[in-house]
Design a protein. Structure first.
Lengths: 331, 182
C-alpha cells in the first residue's frame, strides 16, 4: 500500500460526516489507520494511547457489526467502553437525545459513538456537548466510518483512489453508506457511478457529481470496484421495493456476470449480506470479495478516528494542564 | 522548523560518521554474542541511525542484525497535551524479541520520557534478555531514572535550547545543531 503523507493536524472534536471533511483530513485518517492496523497483528493487541478515557456506544438502531467494531477499536486503545441500547434505556421513558447526551457527559465520559434513525442526530448532539461525538450512522444522511473503511480497503487493494472507477449498487435512496462513500470517493479523485432500480435512486443525485445507470452490466463493465449495498427490506414500509427474486435477477451480482468482464474487480459490501439477493453466495465467498477484509480494516479505521477526535478534543477542551516548555525535542 | 534560531553546529557529517562507527564497535565489544543482538530504532531519526548501525555491523562481522522500528506516539504520557498533533507512524517489529539483547536507538536523549514509552512498548512485544540504549546526543535534563549505555556526544544545554539532529535520509544532510526556540 502506498504510504500517505498527511501533514495537516486534526482539529475536530467530532466526526459527523464525510461531506465537510477536506481531502487532506480524509488522507490523515487513512494514514493514521495504516499505522493502527499493525496493532491488531501484535500478540498483545492493545496500546495505552487513550487509557483512562471512556467511550459510550449510544445506539438507537439495532447494530452488531458497527457497535462491536467500535468496541473492539476502543478497547485496543485502552478506552473503557459502555454500551447503551435504546431498547433498554430511559430513551424508552421519553428522554430526549440531548438530555441523554448531557447525562452521559455528566458521567465524565469522553467520547459518544451514536447511531440514530434521524438524519442530523449526531450533529445535533455534537453541538450540544463538549465530549467528542462520532457518527455511527444517522438516518439516511451519513455513515462516515463505513465509507472510510471502504475507501481504506480499496486503497489497500488498488493502491490509490485517484482515477478509480467505483460503482455503488443498490438502494442509493435510503443509504447513508452510499452518501458517505460518494463524498469520500469524489474528494479523493475517483469517479462514481450509482446503479439501482429507478425507485431507489434519489432525485437529482447527479448533482453530487455521480453518473447514474439502471443497468448492472453497464455499472460493472469498466469499474475497478463495486460497493454493493444491502437491500433494506425492513425499511420498505410502503411495499414499494422490487421483490427479492426480481431484484436478484436484475441487480444481483453473479459469477456469470463477472465472467463477462475483461478484468478482475473488487467487490465490497458493508454487511450484513442478503445472500441470493444482492449477490450470489459464490460471489460473496469468491476471489473478488473483500468483505471480511473490510470488517478487519474497520477496526484500524475506527481506532484512527477515536484517537484523532480524542486528541483534538483534549487540545480544544484540555482536562489536564501539563507545562511543556521543553520545545522541539520529543519528551 | 521555522521557529528555530541556529546558534552553533556541534557535529559535522564526518564527525557523525565516526561516532556511529565508534558506537557500533562499543555495542559489539559489550556483547560477545552478536547473534543475540537486535536493533530497534525510534521513529523517525532513531530508525535511520539504527539502519546505519546495522550496515556497519554487517561490514565488520558479516552478520545482518534484526532491525525494528518503534513509533512511541501511542505510549506517550503527554499525548494530548502537546500543541502539535503528532502523526502516528508505523511500528515494525517483525522478529521475536524474546531472549534478544535489544539495542534501543534514538537521536537525542533528553527527559527520558520517550525511552520510558519505548520500553513499555517493547515489553508489549515480548521479554528481551536485556535492553541497552544508544543515543547520538545526550543533552541532560532527565526527568526519569534513565541513562544511555552508548552515547555519541554529551552536550550540556539549557532547557530553552533545542538540539536538532539532521540526517541525510530525512533532512538531506548530516549535522547536529544547537539553537533556540523563538
Amino acid at each position: 500500500m502506498r504510504k500517505s503523507n498527511a501533514t495537516i493536524a486534526w482539529r475536530r472534536k467530532d466526526l459527523l460526516d464525510i461531506e465537510s471533511l477536506s481531502r487532506e483530513e480524509i488522507e490523515l485518517i487513512l494514514a493514521t489507520a495504516e499505522s493502527f492496523k499493525e496493532v491488531s497483528r501484535r500478540e498483545i493487541k492493545k496500546v495505552p494511547a487513550l487509557r483512562g478515557k471512556t467511550l459510550v456506544n449510544l445506539f438507537y438502531e439495532p447494530s452488531t457489526r458497527t457497535r462491536v467494531s467500535f468496541e473492539v477499536a476502543a478497547k485496543r486503545l485502552s478506552l473503557d467502553v459502555i454500551n447503551i441500547a435504546s431498547e433498554t434505556s430511559s430513551v424508552k421513558k421519553g428522554e430526549t437525545l440531548i438530555d441523554t447526551g448531557k447525562n452521559i457527559e455528566a458521567l465524565k465520559v469522553d467520547i459518544i459513538v451514536v447511531r440514530h434513525n434521524y438524519s442530523g442526530a449526531a450533529a445535533m448532539l455534537a453541538r450540544s456537548l463538549r465530549v467528542s461525538v462520532v457518527n455511527a450512522g444517522d438516518g439516511w444522511h451519513e455513515h462516515p466510518t463505513q465509507a472510510l473503511l471502504d475507501i481504506f480497503t480499496l486503497k489497500e487493494k488498488l493502491g490509490a483512489i485517484k482515477g478509480l472507477k467505483v460503482s455503488i449498487i443498490g438502494d442509493i435512496a435510503h443509504s447513508r453508506v452510499a452518501r458517505s462513500n460518494i463524498w469520500g470517493l469524489l474528494k479523493l479523485g475517483a469517479s462514481v457511478k450509482v446503479c439501482a432500480p429507478k425507485i431507489l435512486i434519489p432525485a437529482a443525485i447527479e448533482e453530487m457529481g455521480v453518473t447514474v445507470t439502471e443497468s448492472l452490466d453497464e455499472a460493472i463493465a469498466d469499474a475497478d470496484a463495486v460497493n454493493v449495498l444491502r437491500m433494506q427490506f425492513e425499511r420498505d414500509s410502503q411495499d414499494a421495493f422490487p421483490k427479492q427474486l426480481e431484484y436478484f435477477k436484475n441487480f444481483g451480482i453473479t459469477e456469470e456476470r463477472l465472467a463477462k468482464l475483461s478484468k478482475k474487480i473488487v467487490i465490497m459490501h458493508p454487511g450484513p449480506i442478503n445472500r441470493g439477493i444482492e449477490m450470489s453466495s459464490a460471489v460473496a465467498d469468491g476471489p473478488h470479495s473483500v468483505i471480511l477484509e473490510q470488517v478487519t480494516n474497520g477496526i484500524a479505521v475506527r481506532m484512527a478516528v477515536l484517537f484523532l477526535v480524542a486528541q483534538a478534543n483534549e487540545y480544544i477542551n484540555p482536562t489536564k494542564h501539563f507545562s511543556n516548555p521543553k520545545g522541539e525535542n520529543k519528551v | 522548523m521555522n521557529n528555530f534560531k541556529e546558534k552553533a553546529v556541534i557535529l559535522s557529517a564526518e564527525e557523525i560518521k565516526r561516532i556511529i562507527y565508534r558506537l557500533t564497535h562499543q555495542i559489539l565489544e559489550n556483547n560477545s554474542s552478536v547473534g543475540e543482538i537486535a536493533l530497534i530504532g525510534i521513529q523517525t531519526r532513531g530508525a535511520y541511525l539504527a539502519k546505519r548501525v546495522q550496515a556497519i555491523v554487517k561490514e565488520i562481522e558479516g552478520v545482518e542484525l534484526p532491525l525494528g522500528v518503534l513509533d512511541i506516539t501511542l505510549y506517550r504520557d503527554d499525548l494530548t497535551a502537546v500543541d502539535s498533533n503528532p502523526t502516528v507512524k508505523e511500528t515494525q517489529l517483525d522478529f521475536d524479541i524474546n531472549g534478544k539483547i535489544v539495542v534501543l536507538i534514538d537521536d537525542v536523549l533528553f527527559t527520558g520520557r520517550t525511552i520510558r514509552a519505548a520500553l513499555d512498548e517493547i515489553m508489549d512485544f515480548g521479554r528481551p534478555q536485556k535492553v541497552e540504549l544508544l543515543v547520538l546526543i545526550d543533552r541532560g535534563h532527565r526527568e526519569l531514572p534513565i541513562r544511555a549505555d552508548f552515547v555519541g556526544k554529551n552536550i550540556p544545554t539549557s532547557t530553552q535550547e533545542t538540539v536538532k539532529v539532521c540526517l541525510e535520509e530525512v533532512d538531506g544532510k548530516d549535522e547536529v545543531v544547537i539553537g533556540e526556540k523563538i
